[in-house]
Design a protein around this ligand. Structure first.
Ligand SMILES: C[S@@+](CC[C@H](N)C(=O)[O-])C[C@H]1O[C@@H](n2cnc3c(N)ncnc32)[C@H](O)[C@@H]1O
Length: 218
């Protein structure tokens, strides 16, 4: 297959999209041992991460090319590590959860250095980065928004011009709450805490509502 001229070798996965979703995977398996027959249990809730990946990147007949998804893998055996998927450049991604988890598993088989911030392109539009929340916060460009049902209504905030022109970085947790340490780090850097519903939603549902607000008012 010919080389994609847009898939530049030096591309920073945290700075190539206008919409960035960063999702905590508190127990998510962090190497190529994701167990496809048990994404929910033995793989540390990779089912939710794979669903968030599909919801974040797929349209009915297209990809959201302005969006990157960054999954922060904090489970065993090789945390902390981020796998970033760029909607403009990724290839071989399928909306089916098991297939997307399989593609992530294949990419996670590549060995990554130990130095925080080390980034490796593992396939078109997919990068691995060594590091946790602090590394991500150091690398991203643009404002940080923490998503939580207790926050300010996103559409009200947008109508009042409160989230700017982008790029945007939206931080969400998985089925577990953010830890106190994560919350204090995020709050110290966040431009705001945003809510998309008065109800507590699944991560992928909250992401779809963020996309919808940006599609309509952004
Ligand atoms: C399943 S929820 C987190 C766990 C949930 N709070 C619980 O009690 O089990 C997943 C994530 O989606 C986001 N989220 C859920 N509901 C939301 C809402 N109404 N507004 C904004 N973000 C929301 C938050 O980032 C949350 O951490």
């Amino acid at each position: 297959m010919g080389k994609d001229p847009q898939d530049l070798p030096g591309l920073d996965p945290f700075r190539c999209s206008r919409r960035n979703f960063i999702i905590m995977g508190h127990r998510a398996v962090s190497d190529g041992s994701i167990f496809l027959n048990d994404l929910c249990g033995a793989s540390g809730r990779w089912d939710g991460l794979a669903r968030a990946l599909s919801s974040g990147l797929f349209l009915s007949h297209d990809m959201r090319r302005d969006t990157s998804i960054h999954l922060l893998l904090l489970g065993p055996p090789d945390p902390p590590k981020v796998i970033s998927i760029d909607g403009a450049r990724v290839k071989y991604l399928n909306p089916d959860e098991r297939a997307s988890a399989a593609l992530m598993r294949k990419n996670l088989r590549t060995k990554l250095g130990e130095d925080a911030g080390t980034t490796l392109r593992t396939s078109p539009g997919i990068h691995l980065t060594r590091g946790g929340l602090e590394t991500i916060l150091d690398r991203i460009d643009g404002p940080v928004f923490l998503l939580h049902e207790s926050g300010e209504d996103l559409t009200d905030c947008m109508v009042n011009g409160g989230i700017g022109e982008g790029p945007w970085n939206f931080f969400l947790s998985d089925d577990m709450e953010f830890t106190d340490k994560e919350l204090s780090l995020l709050r110290s850097r966040a431009s705001g805490v945003l809510s998309v519903s008065p109800l507590s939603l699944h991560t992928y549902q909250a992401m779809i509502l963020v996309h919808n607000a940006l599609d309509r008012f952004g």
